[in-house]
Design a protein around this ligand. Structure first.
Ligand code: HEC
Length: 196
């Protein structure tokens, strides 16, 4: 009998202690960072310790304005001006390494539409019911006039840079996918190997 009483007392005191929990207190936290992580909404301004807002190395921020996109917007006027005035950066080296890099980047970002050799038509792997991707112009085409006024084979590096940055009709913009340096490598490869 005594034992039963002691046991009941013991159980009740445990329940009592558990029941005393202060609801405004979270209790034991083994990994507080998990409970108290700051809520950061996508695409909103926020302050993160030790991060000054510059894009992480090797990434390209969406909508990131730079010298080029500030000056040349997505208009035909700026496309033509870009063709006229924009060329390789002064520190860009036309060497084998950059040519090889350009070839690899082209095979990743462009070849599935434009074809491995840039011959366009239906040479790319992408096929669609509407046939848009079967009519891609060849970089070597020297007849059909483009928006630049001349054929594909006359497109200058500034035209290409604008086209890669902003896209054109069925070709989407690549500004958030490919860094400027990489764009120049691709253009260098196209100019050296696919346009001539
Ligand atoms: C989703 C398919 C697709 C991808 C990926 C693509 N393109 Fe295009 N590209 C097109 C199409 C379609 C056109 C023709 C658009 C038109 O004439 O309406 C085009 C046109 C162009 C032009 C001519 C633009 C002009 O000013 O007349 C250039 C230069 C070009 N692409 C370069 C590239 C490069 C470089 C890449 C890779 C970084 C690339 N494209 C990736 C589909 C694509």
């Amino acid at each position: 009998m005594n034992k039963k009483l002691i046991f009941t007392f013991f159980v009740f005191s445990i329940l009592f202690i558990m029941g005393c929990k202060d609801n405004s207190h979270p209790g034991y936290e083994y990994m507080p960072n998990m409970y108290n992580s700051p809520s950061i909404e996508t695409y909103e301004e926020h302050v993160v310790d030790q991060y000054d807002g510059t894009p992480v190395k090797g990434t390209v921020a969406r909508g990131y304005k730079n010298l080029y996109t500030n000056k040349y917007t997505d208009t035909i006027t700026d496309y033509l001006l870009s063709g006229e005035n924009v060329t390789y950066p002064s520190d860009f080296e036309k060497n084998t390494k950059n040519l090889d890099d350009g070839k690899e980047l082209y095979s990743i970002f462009c070849a599935h539409c434009h074809g491995d050799k840039g011959e366009g038509g239906s040479s790319g792997k992408i096929k669609d019911a509407a046939g848009i991707y079967s009519e891609i112009p060849s970089y070597k085409d020297n007849i059909a006039p483009r928006r630049s006024g001349g054929p594909m084979s006359d497109l200058r590096e500034g035209h290409m840079f604008h086209a890669i940055t902003y896209g054109y009709n069925a070709m989407g913009p690549h500004a958030s996918l490919i860094s400027e340096e990489e764009r120049w490598k691709i253009i260098y490869y196209i100019k050296e190997e696919l346009q001539k």
